[in-house]
Structures are given as structure tokens and as C-alpha cells.
Design a protein around this ligand. Sequence first.
Ligand code: TEU
Ligand code: CA
Length: 552
Amino acid sequence: MTWWKDRTGYQIYPRSFQDSNGDGIGDLRGIIDRLDHLVDLGIGFIWLSPVYSSPMADNGYDISDYRNIAPEFGTLGDMDRLIAEADKRDIRIVMDLVVNHTSDQHPWFQEASASSQAEKRDWYLWRAPVNGGPPDDRRSYFGGPAWRYSAATEMYYLALFTPEQPDLNWNNADLRAEIWDMMRWWLDRGIGGFRMDVIDHIGKDVDAGIITDGPRLHDHLQEMHREVLAGRDALAVGEAWSATTDTALLYTGRDRGELDMMFQFAHITALWDDGHGKWRPKRFDLTAIKRVWTDWQIALQDDGWNALFWANHDLPRAVSRYGDEGAYRVRSAKALALVLHLMKGTPFVYQGEEIGMTNTRFDRIEDFRDIEVLNHYAEALAAGTAAQDFIAGANANGRDGGRTPVLWDDAPGAGFTTGTPWIGINANYKDINVAVDHADPNGVFAFYRQLIALRRGDGLIVHGRFAPFLDDHPQLWAYTREQAGEQLSVIANISGTEASSPVPPGLQVTGQPVLSSMAPRGSIGTKITLAPWEAFAVRGPLPGPSPTLPAK
Ligand code: TEU
Ligand code: CA
């Protein structure tokens, strides 16, 4: 029932993974064509970002039919083929469940917004104007007001993301029943589970001003478990930007009957500027990142389960945000992967991360595609921000940089498409692509393949107890995992300059070399000195007092 504990997940953003018909947009057949790449990598399941029918206001996170496939991605038959072909390769398909909101083109909303007497009116959140305007001044995440006026019934509806994404009213039992039925319909089609989009939002109580972590959040999740997930061998992983180590076990505790694991984002927001959020990212701060991961490792040490990740379709690419894009690109990609994958939890690889792809940068706002960037750009300029300043922030921390096509080879179109891609392809595709990296025994792909293979069936990596060291060192990241008398020690220089430190009490790094971003090492001697981005793991018997030898 917990197949996901020793497997590694791989996130596919379908629009940019592989185009099979030359329209410049990735599609399901393209994914099927590339499944053997994932087999080679050792992937155990795919988190597939939405492929359902959608007007694509938010690239598919605005769904107009939960039980059909957007034509640009293919057909239900293609989806069934993907499930079957992946299953032949022992790869499960975890679909993206986006049920905090639908598209405004969903028939449910079309019906609900047409008349205040509509049967499904209460499936959305309507409020009367106040003093001729919106009920309150709440802002949406993607710019503009969160309350949108609907002239047909002269009322406002809540839309926390874009106006095209009206929030569903989860207090409505008929709505919930329909969601359960749809989830069962997909599980019966053979998918392996769901990644649940902004799931911390479904308990909202807007009149109380509570949006995340709301009063009925866990009631709904427990009902979902009873109605859909109980007894099924399906993964439920929730996305919860509001989650903390205090609330994590409410979602993922073994006796909670809710979710299996969750994506928390404290390591992401720790580097966001207090005043300007992601658009003015703070300088990299390793101690802040280590603190978050250590807190979460310890919080879920005995219950619950972490999802381990650096990047996804909403975040900048790992090697650009946390590593080095230049001389140490490959080594830093390996170092970041090693410290992440050897922690306790299920690692997720974001498409292209396995070859150390870097962020794509755009000089002009016209080259960006993400509605979040475009809307915030307009608001920032209206507030006096210089265009280039905002664009610099959008390139550093926006969502488009990591959403450009996977680089497969050095052909025009990078092997992604023979047509005109929907978004620009990274200009470094001739140097950084799967074909080049895959051929390099010291490449990023080869390292990820070894790292992922280590985890499979390994009790120490999957279940070993976590212990941190060197918490305050600004360059070094060190921790151990212990299980059944064995210890795995991980030590990494997450910086571009040499790092050294006395060996902290209790940290013993001796044993068999497991993996290294450079030449294999089996020990650190009496003082730690690591080259830039040198990271390695060793494994051996749990050090401790040598066993007393029997008297002669
Ligand atoms: O993202 C949730 C979400 O809050 C992020 O969009 C985040 O707020 C933003 O990137 C930080 O500035 C999920 C999906 O992952 C995202 O792609 C969707 O746009 C969003 O929900 C709405 O469905
Ligand atoms: Ca296509």
C-alpha cells in the first residue's frame, strides 16, 4: 500500500515535454514516445500536470471537463494508452487533481452563473455587491481583485487565481459527491493516484476571511479518503503552500485517513523578499534552506511522509536557483540531487532536471506566456516599477523559465518539436540536451540514475532516522541516516568555493563510498575540506564503542 516510499516521481508538464504532431505543443503521444527515457532513469511514477479539457487560461489548471482530454494534448484513448504503456514499464501515472476551482467555461459554471436559481448555483461562491463594489478588497494570486462581477445575476464570484478560475464551494455536498465520482472514474481507468492542486484551499470560509487551512479542510479530506481513496493502492499527495510542520501531520499522519504525503514550500518562500514576494528573490541562503528541510525531516520522522523537491512547473530550475549555471553546472546539479534524494521522503524530479537544464531567460515581456507574470508585470509597472527590474525578477523566480521545452537533442526545435514551439526554447540546447548528457558516463543523467536506483528497496535510505550536522555552516550541508546498525553519511559543499570545517561531534563519515559529485571518497579524516560543489555519501556500520572483545 505504500509503493511510493521507495520510488522516485517525475513531473511532466505536458505542454513542454514532447510534441508528436508538429503543432509546437507537447502531447500525450509524445509522452508515450519518451517513456523509455524514464525507464532508463529508473522512475517509479509520473506526476502528470493537467491534460483535461481546458481553455488554457492557466495552461490547463482551469478545467472545463474533468472527464475528457484537451484536444491539443490528445484524446481519452491516448490517455488510456499512456496508462497502459506506462503500466507495462511498471510506471504509475499520478494525475493532477485541480478541484479548488474550475474553468469559467466548465458547464457547471456556465449554468451556475446564468441564473441565481440554477441548480448548481451553490457550487460556486457568490456574494452581493457591497456599496456598489466587491464584498471585500481581497486580491487574487494572479493580480487583480479576487471577487469578479458577473453581470448576468449582478453578483460577484470568488476567483482566487484568474477570473477564468472560479472557486468551487466545497461546503456543497452535491459538489463533493461529483468530485468523488470523478476521482473514482479516473482510478478505475487505472491511474496510480492524484497530486492535489492547492488542496489547503478547499476548506475556505470566505466570510470569516479564511482561505487556507480552513475550518472544514480536514473534514473534506477525510470524506475524500472514505469515499474514494480508502482500500485503493493509490497515492494522494497534496500541494499546500500554507502547510507548516505543525499542520503537516494533520494531513499525512498515518491515523488521519487523509493524504499520504505533501508538498510544502517553506524552503521556497524562505528566499522570497518580504515586500515583493517572488518577484524580488533574496540571495541564496543555505542555512535557511537547511533549517527548513531539517525541520520537516524531524517533524515527519515517525509519521507522515515528505515530498522532496527543488523544482516544479511553478518554480525556477534547481541548478539556476540553487546551483551554478557556469563551470560547475554539472557538479552542482549532482550535489543538489544528492542532498535531496538521500533525505527521508519521496523525491520528485522535474522534467529536464535529470540533465541539469537551466532557466530560460526572456528579455521582453512579449516572450513570457504565464498569466501570473503578465498580470503582475502590468500591476508592477502601474505601481512604478521599471519594466527591466520586474523582468529580472520574473526571469529569476517566475514560472516560464522552467516551463520551456525539454531539450532532447541539438536539432532545431531541440528534438521537442518540428514546428514552432508555444514558448521559446533555451538557446543553450546545443550544449545541454538529453542526447549529449545521456552519452556522458559522468553526466547528470548517469548520476540521477544511480541515485534513484539506490533508493529502490533500500531500508536505510527509505526509513533511516535523520540527524543533521553543521546546521549553521553557510556552505556545508551534512546529515546522517541510521537504520538497523547501519549509517549513511551525506556531506556536501553547496557553494562555488572551497569549504572547510572541523568535524562536528558525532559526525563520523567513514565507510564505503556510495556516490560522489566528484571522485569517490570514503572518509573525511580529522577536518572537512570540500571542493566547490563536492558532495558525497558513505555507508558503513553505525560507529560507536567498538564491541568488547571476548576475554582470551
Ligand atoms: O499553484 C498554486 C500556487 O499557489 C502557485 O501558483 C503559487 O501561488 C505561485 O506560483 C507563486 O507565485 C497551483 C499550480 O501548481 C499552479 O500551476 C496553478 O497556476 C495554481 O495552483 C492554480 O491552479
Ligand atoms: Ca503536439
